[in-house]
Design a protein around this ligand. Structure first.
Ligand SMILES: O=P(O)(O)OC[C@H]1O[C@H](O[C@H]2O[C@H](CO)[C@@H](O)[C@H](O)[C@H]2O)[C@H](O)[C@@H](O)[C@@H]1O
Length: 819
């Protein structure tokens, strides 16, 4: 079968015809492109009744093929825009795979309605374009069953995407807001799958996004991708802000990349604005039908200044506002009447609904009013076309328009300005026909500030679409611009558009996908949670659950044991309102530390007074308080401090003063004043503001304290200033060193903790096994609470399991004593 294929050309983007003869097998790698709709035109042959398919050459999804390297086989997954009867589906699938390398996702008509016209178009589309359903009468209130349809449809896309994969080397690139759950559904099946997601729509501010009842599910869904791409930095910024505000996830800017850590995997955030296929537009410019249409337009609008708008019939395209501004301009400038024409093309609506119909009716009534008030014989101020117009005709209008205006109140990108610029550049032939001796081309753009392409068009007149005066002034100003200015702006825009074409977009996204996947592979993944709470956790390959039996048998086998236990989150549940240890815990600890073969330490960030009081009945229990700044071996011994207490604490006043000013400026933050340290805590403040303040505070303190013997550290919701050389790792080293010095090197070390400060301990005891020593290396059990990335080799699920474990050790100890 002969199909049109897009191949690289002068801009890497010309269109040609090619036989699609290559069998699937010659390709080493596959790129699976998943989108709501396949880039195909489908129609039934009237005589044979058979389905006929052809590529939709105007589809971005097809045009993107230019960006893939020729060794990569591109396979598409998506729906057809027609309903295919169940009995025909098998045959259609076969044909589409063989002829087009397309895998159709057949959604039953009712599912398609609830999924696409329902959840996508009635909920996500308005919300992502900043429209809130304030009441049942205005907008669509959230309908849970439509979300159910969204899940079901995404599941079907997941099935088909898996079918499309050939090997683990294949990449999957998912497109747009219809498929935000696809990353989680695919990751659930294939932990190591290489996944990119690109959002073509805007991502709204967190204040808007957080009104969505299923906000967390969608964010978590997306975070299973390796790369999440956005059109602009603003959309990426809003997404990052939602992740931190709603999920408490931190993000980092490093070496020019943005990454969010999600259960040990780094999800890269890529800003990659989409571009147009210059070659395709150039090909259409040369088309005889386009040239004929150019001549016709030239004749019809001779002597007029032509403004052009090409928009989808959609509520966010600001068509009425544009028309009202045009009307306002004619009203204020009598001299322009009869000279200015606005050609407004409205592409057919992509969905039907109350709002779309209202918008259309409103547009039509404004057009009629303008034409009846300001029109005259032979002069129609607004030419409105709301029927399907072939693409080459639009090209002809682009060619002839003096100014193109995009007045959308919100749009992810909007490629109309770029298409206009390429068409205005024209071709030699077009220039001859449009009758312009064009040594230098011109174009003028008026674009809304609220669309994704706006930042890239520095020479465009930027407007606030809600300000009729602003837009009317822009229309007037555009008609007054000198030829020279119009040339300069055009050249600047043209340079941008031809260098940021669709293939460039694809390559820059894929490069990032490859980079991100390299970083995320070679990890061991654990699969946790069910349904939309599923996540893969990336862990070191030998990380495993601590076996009580294994530990108990080491415990029984050994004679000298050191046991280090963190307090909060390890033996005291994190969510517990009362932080005082229970009688049960005291009793277990007492049992453990009365065994003379055991050295048991609580190693905590808490202060010595609280810990000393709480554990006063555990007479043999050692305590390392304030991350080991204070150490006490048992209830009768003195507290040792290192570095010595009271030395060089002059820094405290400075730190306190600075932290106070941040506390005043950051509602919800507070200072914890410990004997050895000062901690600024923002756990009750706005997370994002707190994080920014924390970043600023730590660099402020670092520069102030450059010559003091302290360290400024950032932790989970905190910034702390502590004396140099203090940390749980050092404390454990010190205790172990003392045991060795006393001639009692431990044969077994057990260390249990849960958070970042405990990682220091794990690293120290891991090193203890490697140190050269005359004594045999101890057996080491470093264990973290919860499955998460850690230096510990073992994990235990919950705090309650830690107590069960300690109890089991006590019991095995009793068995040793009384066999
Ligand atoms: O109506 P849908 O089927 O849900 O599709 C939504 C829109 O998708 C395309 O626009 C989006 O991608 C463009 C290219 O990245 C971008 O310029 C635009 O801002 C996005 O909304 C399509 O071009 C539109 O017609 C669809 O309405």
């Amino acid at each position: 079968m002969k199909v049109t294929n897009i191949v690289s050309g002068s801009h890497g983007v010309t269109v040609g015809d090619e036989d699609l003869a290559s069998p699937m097998s010659i390709f080493l790698k596959r790129q699976v492109v998943v989108a709501n709709f396949l880039p195909l035109h489908t129609a039934r042959d009237k005589t044979t009744g058979k389905w006929c398919f052809e590529w939709d050459e105007d589809s971005l999804l097809l045009q993107m093929k230019d960006g893939f390297s020729p060794e990569i086989e591109v396979v598409y997954v998506g729906s057809l825009k027609v309903d295919v009867d169940a009995e025909e589906q098998e045959e259609v699938s076969q044909e589409l795979l063989e002829e087009f390398k397309c895998i159709p996702t057949f959604l039953a008509p009712h599912l398609q309605r609830s999924f696409y016209h329902g959840f996508c178009k009635r909920h996500l589309w308005p919300l992502f374009h900043y429209m809130l359903p304030i009441s049942a009468a205005q907008g669509e209130l959230f309908d849970k069953s439509l979300f159910g349809a969204y899940i079901s449809a995404n599941r079907i896309f997941a099935d088909k995407s898996v079918e499309a994969m050939n090997s683990d080397e294949d990449y999957i690139w998912i497109h747009d807001y219809h498929l935000m759950l696809l990353p989680i559904l695919l990751r659930k099946r294939l932990s190591q799958v290489k996944l990119g997601f690109f959002l073509h729509s805007p991502f709204p501010s967190s204040e808007i996004y957080k009104t969505l009842p299923v906000r967390d599910q969608l964010l978590k869904g997306l975070l299973n991708a390796d790369v999440i791409g956005f059109q602009t930095f603003d959309y990426a910024r809003h997404f990052l802000s939602c992740c931190s505000r709603l999920l408490g996830l931190d993000y980092k800017f490093k070496h020019g990349y943005i990454g969010i850590e999600y259960f040990g995997r780094i999800v890269s955030i890529k800003i990659a604005p989409v571009g147009v296929h210059v070659g395709r537009l150039e090909k259409l410019l040369k088309c005889p039908t386009t040239i004929a249409k150019v001549q016709e337009i030239k004749q019809r609008f001779k002597g007029k200044t032509l403004f052009l708008g090409i928009d989808d019939m959609d509520i966010f395209k600001g068509m009425s506002l544009k028309l009202l501004a045009f009307e306002f301009m004619l009203q204020r400038n009598e001299n322009l009447r009869g000279k200015m024409v606005l050609i407004q093309i409205a592409n057919p609506p992509r969905t039907v609904g109350k709002n779309v119909m209202e918008t259309r009716n409103e547009v039509i009534s404004i057009v009629e009013r303008i034409n009846s008030v300001y029109g005259s014989p032979g002069y129609e101020p607004v030419v409105f076309m709301d029927y399907s117009i072939p693409y080459h005709m639009k090209i002809a209008y682009y060619v002839m328009a003096d100014c193109c205006i995009v007045n959308a109140v919100r749009d992810g990108m909007n490629l109309v300005p770029y298409e206009y610029v390429v068409c205005r550049q024209g071709t030699e032939e077009i220039d001859r026909h449009r009758g312009i001796n064009m040594v230098r081309c011109t174009s003028t753009l008026i674009v809304s500030e609220f669309i994704g392409c706006s930042p890239s068009l520095s020479g465009a007149i930027k407007v606030n679409p809600w300000s009729l005066q602003d837009v009317a002034d822009a229309l007037y100003h555009a008609s007054e611009l000198s030829e020279n200015v119009r040339q300069l702006h055009h050249e600047k825009h043209y340079r941008y558009v031809i260098s940021h074409h669709v293939a460039y977009w694809v390559q820059s996204f894929l490069q990032e996908l490859e980079r991100a996947c390299q970083g995320n592979c070679n990890q061991k993944y654990y699969r946790l949670g069910i349904g939309l709470n599923f996540r893969v956790v990336s862990l070191s390959p030998d990380f495993r659950k601590l076996s009580v039996d294994e530990l108990a048998s080491s415990y029984k086998r050994t004679n000298r044991r050191a046991i280090f236990l963190d307090y909060d989150g390890t033996i005291m549940p994190a969510g517990s309102a009362c932080k005082i240890p229970s009688m049960r815990l005291i009793s277990i600890l007492n049992d453990l530390c009365t065994d003379p073969q055991n050295t048991v330490f609580i190693v905590s960030g808490r202060e010595r007074t609280a810990l000393g009081e709480w554990f006063c009945s555990c007479t043999n229990l050692g305590i390392a308080a304030e991350h080991g700044y204070f150490i006490r071996w048992n209830v009768d011994s003195d507290w040792e401090s290192s570095p010595p207490f009271g030395v060089s604490f002059e820094w405290r006043n400075t730190v306190e003063r600075v932290m106070k000013s941040y506390t005043e400026a950051t509602d919800g933050s507070f200072i914890e004043s410990k004997e050895s340290a000062l901690v600024w805590n923002y756990q009750d403040a706005d997370f994002e503001f707190g994080s920014c303040q924390a970043k600023e505070l730590s660099s402020h303190l670092e520069s102030l304290l450059a010559n003091d013997p302290v360290v400024v550290r950032r932790g989970h919701y905190i910034v702390e200033v502590i004396p140099q050389g203090v940390g749980k790792g050092r404390a454990v080293d010190k205790i172990l060193g003392q045991l060795v010095a006393n001639g009692k090197p431990p044969e077994l070390i057990i260390c249990v903790g849960n958070d970042r400060s405990d990682e220091d301990m794990f690293q120290s005891i891991n090193n203890a096994t490697k140190k050269e020593s005359s004594t045999a290396a101890p057996e080491v059990f470093a264990c973290t609470v919860g499955q998460k990335p850690s230096s510990a080799k073992y994990y235990i699920d919950e705090t309650s399991d830690v107590l069960l474990l300690l109890k089991a050790l006590v019991q095995s100890q009793n068995k040793i004593v009384s066999p």
